[in-house]
Ligand binder design. Structure first.
Ligand code: NAD
Length: 356
């Protein structure tokens, strides 16, 4: 197969981690007889420096004209003072919205080799953590009307949280499809005891559930979910929830699995094209020192193969290679522990390639 991948190296550690992900993709292409064609674009801080805006039109067009986008990370203190509309993060919102990426997938998996890195007690992590958080990405409170004005002699702020049936239905279908590919268990998270948007959410999810009789779907309130994630995370397989709840719960889920450098994500819309990126930022504190963990980006590339290109065997191959390297005790600085061998970003990329 031939696939065109738009690559955003970005800022800070972005270029270092992306190089390693491309190295892994090239190794996969060689092993499985594929051809990955990369088109590099500028976005984020580096684009501000070169073009005066974080998302030049040409970059956006190349995101729309490809099979998927792979991103390192953008931003850094250098651009903290730029106007809001052209901030590095605005580029990501622009790309997500232009590509219609409404579903954010964040796997939270505890590699048994890194169990010590989890803040949870061993008796909890021993049960295993391997869940997929599916978060609605372009609706709800973050995209409703925001206003601050004076009412009754004091400042009052409003943030409207709006969901239409079609927005809930499409993310629910994404989650049911993913549940089918895993263990066919889905938990839909809402706050239906208080919010109208949640009551509509629940109604639509139940309606969609009728089309997936093979998937066991249950509801859980968001406050209970936050507790259950630290008390008994092994009960979860796929979780689907709206934007604001998903933002908070997905950070909680990634923290319980250890280092932020290990965590991958995917953003998907209609069709197969998506944007794939590690969940962390540009880590300016370690940029250029070869200390970044490239595994989050490498696992994001594996998600791209699985979810956008239908290459499950290739994705499995990358995930197994990562696991094999960890088994041999190789670690980057962020998840180093006693008795292990410290590797830099480049050496970690090479070690993973060596296992493919
Ligand atoms: P961060 O995720 O960049 O860093 C937080 C901490 O985690 C730092 O100590 C960093 O060294 C460490 N870290 C992060 N990724 C790592 C990796 N792969 N390997 C080893 N250690 C790693 O968060 P921050 O410091 O709050 O943000 C830095 C910049 O990144 C900011 O400008 C922020 O706006 C931007 N940011 C970008 C994205 C994105 O591009 N998607 C996401 C979040 C933050």
């Amino acid at each position: 197969m031939e696939k065109k991948i738009t690559v955003i190296r970005g800022d800070g550690i972005g270029p270092e981690i992306v190089i390693e992900a491309l190295r892994v993709l090239d190794r996969i292409a060689e092993k499985f007889g594929h051809r990955f064609v990369y088109q590099e674009i500028l976005a984020g801080g580096s684009a501000i420096d070169a073009c005066g805006t974080s998302l030049p039109e040409e970059s956006l067009q190349k995101c729309l004209d490809c099979d998927s986008v792979l991103l390192g990370a953008v931003g850094g203190p250098k651009w903290d003072g730029v106007p809001k509309e052209i901030r590095p993060e605005a580029a990501l919102l622009g790309i997500r919205s232009a590509m219609g990426l409404y579903a954010n997938l964040r796997p939270a998996r505890l590699f048994p080799q890194l169990a010590d890195a989890s803040p949870l007690k061993p008796e909890i992590t021993r049960q295993g953590i391997d869940l997929m958080m599916v978060r609605e990405l372009i609706g709800g409170a973050y995209f409703g009307e925001h206003r601050t004005g004076e009412e009754n002699g004091e400042l009052t702020a409003h943030d409207d949280m709006v969901y239409a049936e079609h927005e809930i239905e499409r993310i629910a279908r994404t989650a049911f499809e993913i549940a089918r590919k895993r263990s066919s268990r889905l938990i839909s998270v809402d706050k239906a005891n208080v919010l109208d948007t949640s009551r509509l959410w629940r109604k639509v999810v139940h309606r969609v559930a009728a089309d997936y009789p093979d998937v066991a779907c249950t509801d859980m309130l968001v406050d209970n979910t936050a507790m259950q994630l630290v008390k008994n995370p092994s009960q979860f397989d796929v979780i689907v929830t709206e934007n604001l709840f998903g933002d908070i719960l997905s950070d909680e889920a990634s923290m319980i699995t250890g280092s932020i450098g290990m965590m991958a994500s995917a953003s998907l819309g209609e069709g197969t094209r998506g944007m794939y990126e590690p969940i962390h930022g540009s880590a300016p504190d370690i940029a250029g020192t070869d200390r970044a963990n490239p595994i989050g980006t490498i696992l994001s590339a594996a998600m791209m193969l699985r979810y956008s290109f239908g290459m499950s065997a290739e994705a499995d191959c990358i995930e197994q290679a990562v696991s094999a390297v960890l088994d041999e005790g190789f670690r980057t600085a962020d998840c180093m522990s006693e008795g292990c061998t410290l590797l830099g970003c480049k050496a970690m990329g090479e070690a993973i390639c060596g296992k493919i």
